[in-house]
Design a protein around this ligand. Structure first.
Ligand code: SF4
Ligand code: MG
Length: 332
């Protein structure tokens, strides 16, 4: 399968009064053409920082990509100029956020806002841009596009506004769409509709999607592959089936146990006890050790190597690694 994006050993830090926060600590993944990759983890795990790095939206200072590369169309996005990045951002790689209202300008019609992106990036007449905006409203399932084009954001419901934001993100026909918690602000029925819309759009346009979420339930519906992040690292990655039916990392298992399921009473949900480590001074060993019921001596001493279980399935946990004992012995 064709790779549209390759993130390799990405490290991102933020300088604060309290010291340097190592928010992303060696993240590696590929994105294939036409797939949905979900990046899942608790708040503060580095998933949003990873996506903002791809868009080069990390405020520098205080943030900085300190290592690694992000390859897109044979260019390393960490090395190109801001001017070069501006022609990619919104055009080849688009992003939508949790709250549609922050992305929409209340004083402009939705038609003008959808057209703005394409007029900025492409040499196109206003009437062609308008045609394109109408197509987009139709693509995202907004009825009566001719009338809706002339209306303002407040004239739409929350779910419809998120559809407009998606239309704005797609107007330049990007290769990659990054959606950061795109349904978190919406109620459950509307969430499901928006997730269906992503699948539908992907089917029609072939866009590759990176879906950032804390909610494994959201992922079950749309992701082809899933990367689970914890304390700035991808601790497990695999196909949706592998992650849901054969999870190997204790943290992934914990996340799965905390997802509401139809076959369980809600009382059976078990949130993972404890909290993630402080990323000012991340532990030498496995960052999940303090919360892990399987933690062994080696876990506190050294970070686990990556173990490949299948072509797509990889995990970073000493339980899966026969080198664990040897490692421990070598450190004594
Ligand atoms: Fe638990 Fe050790 Fe695996 Fe970390 S490496 S998840 S502490 S068993
Ligand atoms: Mg976030």
């Amino acid at each position: 399968m064709e790779k549209v994006l390759q993130v390799n050993d990405l490290h991102v830090s933020f300088k604060t009064y309290g010291g340097e926060v190592k928010a992303v600590r060696g993240v590696t993944f590929d994105l294939y053409k036409g797939e949905t990759l979900a990046i899942v983890g608790e708040s503060g795990c580095g998933k949003s920082v990873t996506s903002q790095s791809i868009m080069r939206l990390i405020p520098d200072p205080p943030g900085k990509i300190t290592n690694g590369s992000i390859l897109f169309n044979n260019q390393d996005l960490t090395r190109i100029t801001e001017k070069e990045m501006r022609s990619i951002r919104g055009s080849d790689i688009s992003m939508i956020f949790q709250d549609p209202m922050t992305a929409l300008n209340p004083t402009l019609t939705v038609g003008d806002q959808i057209m703005e992106g394409i007029l900025q990036h492409e040499k196109i007449s206003r009437s062609d841009a308008k045609k394109k905006a109408l197509e987009m409203l139709d693509l995202v399932g907004i009825p009566s596009p001719q009338i809706r084009l002339k209306q303002y954001p407040h004239q739409f419901s929350g779910g419809m506004r998120q559809r407009i934001v998606i239309a704005m993100a797609l107007v330049c026909e990007p290769e990659i769409l990054i959606a950061d918690e795109p349904t978190t602000a919406l109620d459950v029925t509307i969430q499901a509709q928006i997730l269906d819309l992503f699948k539908d759009i992907q089917h029609k346009t072939g866009v590759s999607i990176i879906l950032i979420t804390h909610d494994l339930g959201v992922v079950a519906q749309v992701a082809d592959r899933i990367a689970v992040m914890y304390a700035g690292k991808i601790v497990e990655a695999g196909t949706r089936r592998e992650i849901f039916y054969r999870p190997q990392h204790p943290y992934t298992k914990g996340l799965l146990n905390s997802v509401p399921r139809l076959d369980l009473e809600s009382g059976d949900l078990e949130p993972i006890a404890g909290s993630p480590p402080d990323l000012f001074s991340p532990p030498e060993g496995c960052p999940f050790a303090a919360r892990c019921e399987y933690a062994m001596e080696v876990c506190d001493k050294a970070y686990p190597f990556q173990t490949s279980l299948t072509k797509d399935h990889r995990v970073e946990c000493w339980l899966q690694d026969e080198r664990a004992q040897k490692m421990l012995a070598s450190m004594k």
